[in-house]
Ligand binder design. Structure first.
Ligand SMILES: C[S@@+](CC[C@H](N)C(=O)[O-])C[C@H]1O[C@@H](n2cnc3c(N)ncnc32)[C@H](O)[C@@H]1O
Length: 255
């Protein structure tokens, strides 16, 4: 199940994601004329950097959240019809009519529970030999926040899935990818204490938790998490992925 996002706030505060996204994009070699899918584009901050690198190409900006896509439309309007917007769930076969030359995805895969299905859906729209370059939360991500969450409310840790590099490599190979490389990087990220840290937690990490609570309890929940963390620092761990689609995987629509 996908969740609602406060796209306006996310766009303003997602500096860590934008910074990591730039690094991930740097790992995607581009000639400038490709058709590239941004799988989970959010408000389009990373998509914009991608579009700049495709002066003769196209971007498919895909996200499950209509509010994220609406924000991305605004940000990416200057690129005109070189950017196509798709509201779709990466857990379902993707409704793309033309094959994709490469896939970029940042800070998204961990929101999906079933990575076998995710990678099969991506492989089905990617042309043979097309690259997948991605980063998402990996095993150990936000462990200190999980420790706090385990001891408050009903102990729910959220619906995110932080995979290991080994499991991810096996899944990618099973989905028809080759030249697979997966590795973890620690990205401990410090925030301004007080409102900036609380807003970040509320918007990005605790959004799904807060949606399960009555409005009146939400601020208190965020404050409890902050009070129980030793410092305004999030122990992010990122799972990096590079892979190439082998020949012989069925194209979209033929499954
Ligand atoms: C943290 S944001 C990352 C956005 C952007 N890539 C960035 O780096 O700033 C995660 C995005 O994944 C999208 N998302 C989560 N689950 C999804 C799914 N099943 N299908 C498509 N998009 C999904 C969310 O709507 C959200 O826009």
């Amino acid at each position: 199940m996908t969740r609602d996002w406060d796209a306006g706030t996310y766009d303003r505060i997602a500096d860590p994601q934008a910074r990591w996204g730039r690094g991930v994009l740097d790992r995607l070699p581009l000639a400038g004329d490709e058709r590239v899918l941004d799988a989970g584009c959010g408000t389009g901050r990373v998509t914009e950097l991608l579009a700049v690198r495709l002066p003769r190409g196209h971007v498919v900006a895909l996200d499950a959240s209509a509010s994220m896509i609406e924000a991305a439309r605004g940000r990416l309007a200057p690129f005109g019809d070189r950017v196509e917007f798709v509201v779709a769930d990466l857990a379902r076969p993707l409704p793309l009519s033309e094959p994709i030359d490469a896939i970029l995805s940042t800070a998204t895969f961990h929101w999906l529970a079933d990575h076998d299905v995710l990678f099969a859906n991506l492989a089905a729209v990617l042309r043979p030999a097309g690259r997948l370059v991605a980063q998402c939360g990996g095993v150990g991500n936000i462990a200190s926040i999980h420790r706090v969450l385990a001891g408050i409310g009903d102990g729910w840790l959220g619906a995110t899935y932080y995979a290991t590099p080994l499991d991810t490599a096996r899944r990618l190979q099973a989905a028809g990818f080759v030249d697979v490389e997966c590795w973890l990087t620690d990205e401990p990220t410090r925030f301004e204490p007080g409102a900036p840290f609380e807003t970040f937690l509320r918007t990005v990490i605790l959004g799904a938790h807060l949606q399960r609570l009555p409005e009146a309890e939400r601020d208190g929940f965020v404050r409890t998490v902050v009070e129980r963390l030793p410092e305004p620092l999030i122990d992010y761990v990122r799972l990096n992925i590079t892979a190439r689609r082998a020949a012989g995987v069925p194209e979209a629509g033929s499954r």
